[in-house]
Design a binder for this molecule. Structure first.
Ligand code: SF4
Length: 62
């Protein structure tokens, strides 16, 4: 699983980094993806983060 964040959509609310801190971190004004390939153990958390993102800025590319 790979993911990316649509920077123009991200409002830096911090929800994704709260849900999946191994995968997301907060930059100055957008969330950043810390890893290139999401390991199996983090995929549920990533899906939850994507569903929880208020602006649907997290794109999952299976
Ligand atoms: S949950 Fe969505 S809007 Fe909030 S910081 Fe993460 S990517 Fe940005």
């Amino acid at each position: 699983m790979k993911i990316r964040i649509i920077k123009e959509e991200c409002i830096a609310c911090g929800v994704c980094a709260d849900i999946a801190p191994e995968v997301f971190e907060m930059g100055d004004d957008v969330a950043l993806v810390k890893i290139d390939e999401v390991p199996e153990s983090e995929q549920d958390a990533v899906r939850e983060a994507a569903e929880s993102c208020p602006t649907e800025a997290i794109v999952i590319e299976e």
